[in-house]
Design a binder for this molecule. Structure first.
Ligand code: FEO
Length: 392
């Protein structure tokens, strides 16, 4: 069923209940691809859906209007979870004009060939009849083509990926669902897709504030629509893009013969004994995208790796490679790990944490074969140093 946002404005998207992997990001709660239909003198669809879900979207639209009557399609973002159905949509409805940014044009052409594209930019508005739709380019939030669309009279911001969450629900609005789950998924989404763009997100938030848009509702392209409290997700984006976090500490490790694990547990137990929230995550049991949801919310990140073949453990390298792309700031970092004879891993991890942007405490701690009393004392000293830094 379509869901009404306002008189004449409907959610007509698709629910991907069984999605568990979104280009490498684990989506344990599924996802939605939100499209919105505006019934006016010009019938307008905001965003399409992933290719296999075109039929689901059209079935929803048919419960409101014949899709043949659609005049305009706004392509806020060309990533294929929103544009993948465009070729078939265009084949079915060749007269629909598609509106997108100049930066969207090369991507759409490469993906799909020529489409009836009209270019819009910040400040442009499109007259729909009783309403006008305004456009705000948001380049690199999170692709070059990205833009917001805004309905002034209805005070709705269609924010494409921004403010989204990967969560499949039968409900559509923030006042209908468990917000603990939604805020977790919004945080995970930000940590995995947007964290490296934090300075640009700060600029986008400022741009929206300068435009003095009155926003009563934020309708993103994924997940729950913010109608009860859109300010809640704007405030969260402001905090995340300033790299603000609570006093939690993430301890992430992998282990071969439980020596690095013993060090990780010593760290975690010590933090807990001081009343500090800890997440202890073994890499072969935790997916990197779930770990990022904890790291973004942590003041310190401790990474443990055994030395294997004169290198760090492969699962640790995988996480650090991912984190180097996503970057971070204003967090304390520390490395630890066990080794047999060469022992390179601890310093390699330390160097990567610095490259990510963390304030790394050096040296870390490395223990030969099995951590003994002296190694445990070094681990406790490192933990005390971390606590001192995060409380400073
Ligand atoms: Fe939901 Fe960047 O696509």
């Amino acid at each position: 069923m379509p869901v009404q946002l306002r008189d004449g404005i409907y959610w007509v998207g698709a629910i991907d209940w069984n999605l568990r992997d979104f280009h490498g990001y684990i989506t344990g709660r599924g996802a939605t691809y939100n499209s919105y239909l505006i019934i006016d003198e010009k019938v307008t669809l905001i965003d399409a859906v992933k290719a296999p879900f075109l039929g689901e979207m059209l079935d929803r639209i048919r419960l409101i209007i014949d899709p043949e009557k659609i005049d305009y399609l706004i392509c806020n973002h060309i990533e294929k979870d929103h544009s993948g159905s465009l070729p078939e949509f265009h084949r079915l409805f060749p007269n629909v004009k598609i509106f997108a940014t100049q930066m969207a044009k090369p991507g759409l052409q490469k993906y799909f060939g020529d489409l009836p594209l009209e270019i819009v930019k910040t400040g442009d508005s499109l007259n729909l009849g009783r309403r006008s739709l305004q456009f705000i380019e948001t380049p690199m939030v999170h692709w070059p083509d990205s833009m917001f669309s805004y309905l002034p009279g209805d005070k709705i911001l269609f924010s494409m990926d921004g403010f989204g969450q990967h969560i499949a629900t039968s409900e559509r609005f923030d006042d209908e669902v468990d917000m603990h789950d939604v805020m977790y998924e919004a945080r995970k989404y930000y940590a995995n897709l947007l964290m490296h763009l934090s300075p640009l997100i700060q600029n986008t938030l400022k741009k929206v504030a300068e435009l003095k848009l009155e926003i009563d509702m934020i309708a993103p392209s994924h997940g729950i629509i913010w109608r009860k409290d859109p300010g809640r997700i704007i405030k969260a984006y402001d905090q995340w893009s300033r790299y603000e976090a609570g006093n939690k500490i993430s301890v992430v490790y992998d282990t071969m013969w439980q020596s690095t694990e013993k060090m990780a547990k010593t760290l975690a137990e010590f933090f807990m004994s001081k009343g500090i929230e800890v997440k202890l995550m073994k890499l072969r049991q935790w997916h990197r995208s779930d770990i990022m949801a904890e790291i973004i919310d942590s003041k310190a990140v401790c990474i443990g790796s055994p030395t294997l073949h004169r290198n760090m453990f492969p699962t640790v390298a995988d996480l650090l490679c991912y984190m180097k792309g996503l970057k971070s700031q204003k967090k304390v970092g520390a490395a630890f790990g066990s080794y047999g004879w060469s022992g390179e891993a601890m310093q390699l991890v330390s160097d990567d944490l610095k490259a990510i942007g963390l304030d790394v405490i050096e040296p870390g701690v490395r223990a030969q074969y099995l951590p003994g009393a002296e190694d445990t004392a070094q681990i406790i000293a490192l933990a005390e140093n971390i606590i001192e830094k995060i409380k400073a």
